[in-house]
Design a protein around this ligand. Structure first.
Ligand SMILES: C[S@@+](CC[C@H](N)C(=O)[O-])C[C@H]1O[C@@H](n2cnc3c(N)ncnc32)[C@H](O)[C@@H]1O
Length: 188
């Protein structure tokens, strides 16, 4: 029997070939989890441990997001009425907390799989009892990608009051930092 990496499982050509499609490597067994930051409880879909793919770090809630959210919950005044863009949002836990105080929140990530669960989490917020929730948007942004940046700036021409990011510093070791700063420099 042969194992073959395929774009889609239908590619399987004969009885002796087992096709390892995307689903073999991607875990989508998300858990609905409650996170509490001061008086705020958030419910989000996320994984409890990483998928096999390095680039799927965004399926989890990282310790940096928990620290940042605790800080923001204790200092919510700095968010009142602001517009925010978050970089490398993952499942969106920071942006979702910000939506309780801000008037506009844009969550971004470069990974399509991560954007899918982020969008589900945004939908989930509107189905939960959350009438005061600000407008939450998910948009694709790969740091330094000028097409992605200009699409965001077309929709938000006045830019944002704050740019947030949790646990994206580790990517410095992978030399993403110049692209990350290039993206930051584009927001007025
Ligand atoms: C360690 S996770 C942190 C996720 C979330 N902020 C948290 O703290 O739970 C890093 C995130 O950055 C995203 N990311 C990595 N490289 C990126 C790039 N070049 N452009 C945009 N996003 C990127 C990943 O998809 C992932 O969601």
């Amino acid at each position: 029997m042969a194992l073959q990496l395929c774009q889609n499982e239908a590619e399987e050509s004969d009885d002796d070939t087992v096709c390892l499609g995307e689903s073999f490597f991607v875990n989508r067994e998300y858990n609905l989890t409650t996170f509490t930051f001061g008086p705020h409880s958030l419910r989000l879909l996320c994984l409890r441990s990483a998928s096999t793919d390095y680039d799927l770090t965004g399926q989890l809630v990282w310790p940096g997001a928990v620290l940042l959210n605790n800080y923001l919950s204790d200092n919510a005044g700095i968010l009142e009425g602001c517009s925010i863009i978050e970089l490398g949002s993952g499942v969106g836990i920071t942006g979702v907390l910000c939506s309780k105080f801000c008037h506009e929140v844009v969550l971004t990530d470069h990974n399509d799989e991560v954007l899918e669960i982020m969008r589900k989490n945004i939908e989930l917020q509107s189905t939960l009892e959350n009438p005061s929730c600000a407008a939450l948007r998910a948009m694709k942004l790969e740091w330094g990608n000028s097409d992605h940046l200009s699409k965001i700036l077309q929709e938000f021409p006045t830019g944002f009051d704050l740019v947030l990011g949790a646990d994206i510093y580790i990517l410095f070791v992978h030399n993403f930092s110049p692209l990350l700063f290039k993206s930051l420099a584009n927001f007025p």
